[in-house]
Ligand binder design. Structure first.
Ligand code: C5P
Length: 242
């Protein structure tokens, strides 16, 4: 009798390909294919390399399209419809855009994509580069965790499938909203690596233990001497933690 299949690890790894250089991006994508679970294309890549380049990469591996739309509801709705030619498994809007913007985004996704190939609509809560001081500077007296929960409530009620948050908020979000929302967690730093501009950071293993569905790792992978080897080490850390 064959041994039972080991369940796939729950936390999946996304590598953020933050570059405006198409050759560099394709090189990273090729090195990381089959090692990471998805690649993240954000504004640096899409504004620098163009939508056709994003479309091309989306044919080779799963893509998290992280353009963080934030505008009036009508503009976000039409913007999302225009993005539908890129085959993404995850895409982002800002929760701070409010209930109506998120609800219109939900409708746009449902109208523009077939039900069997629809990206998860993620609402970015508080950027992982923000801390309590940064929030106070923009007039928010709440702590990052309180503000994340407030934005999460608005976003999930309005129809978002999930949230982008830091690992520090995973537990309170799960306590409040349960297991269903897809949680995508950037601000991940393997032990001993540089934080750069990230403030609310955690290691891959900690984020996996806390129940992140996906973790996003950019510079620690892309700036490593061997990106694939670093990504493999992160996958091993995730496996060991869960
Ligand atoms: O290089 P690093 O690991 O810090 O990259 C993190 C990636 O995750 C960046 O591409 C950034 O745009 C993205 N991100 C983030 N915080 C959020 C949402 C997305 O750092 N709240």
């Amino acid at each position: 009798m064959s041994p039972p299949n080991k369940p796939a690890p729950r936390t999946r790894l996304i590598a953020a390909l933050d570059t405006a250089d198409i050759t560099q991006a394709k090189n990273w994508a090729a090195q990381l294919a089959g090692v990471v679970d998805a690649i993240k294309l954000g504004m640096e890549f899409v504004y620098g390399c163009g939508f056709d380049a994003a479309k091309d990469l989306s044919r080779t591996q799963p893509v998290f399209l992280d353009l963080k739309l934030h505008d009036i509801p009508n503009t976000v709705s039409h913007g999302l419809k225009s993005l539908a030619s890129i085959d993404a498994c995850l895409l982002t809007i800002h929760a701070a855009g409010g209930r109506e913007m998120i609800a219109r985004a939900r409708e746009a996704i449902d109208a523009a994509y077939p039900a069997d190939n629809r990206p998860a609509l993620l609402a970015v809560t508080v950027l992982t580069s923000m801390d309590a001081v940064g929030l106070r500077e923009i007039g928010v007296a709440a702590t990052p965790a309180e503000q994340v929960l407030r934005l999460a409530d608005v976003a999930l009620r309005a129809g978002a499938d999930g949230l982008v948050c830091s690992a520090q908020e995973i537990t309170p979000i799960r306590q409040e909203f349960g297991a269903k929302p897809t949680l995508v967690v950037p601000g991940i730093r393997p032990a001993g690596s540089q934080s750069h501009d990230q403030k609310r950071v955690m290691t891959p293993g900690e984020a996996a233990r806390m129940g992140a569905d996906w973790i996003v790792v950019g510079r620690p992978i892309t700036q490593a001497p061997d990106p694939a080897q670093t990504a493999r080490a992160i996958q091993d850390e995730i496996l060991a933690a869960t």
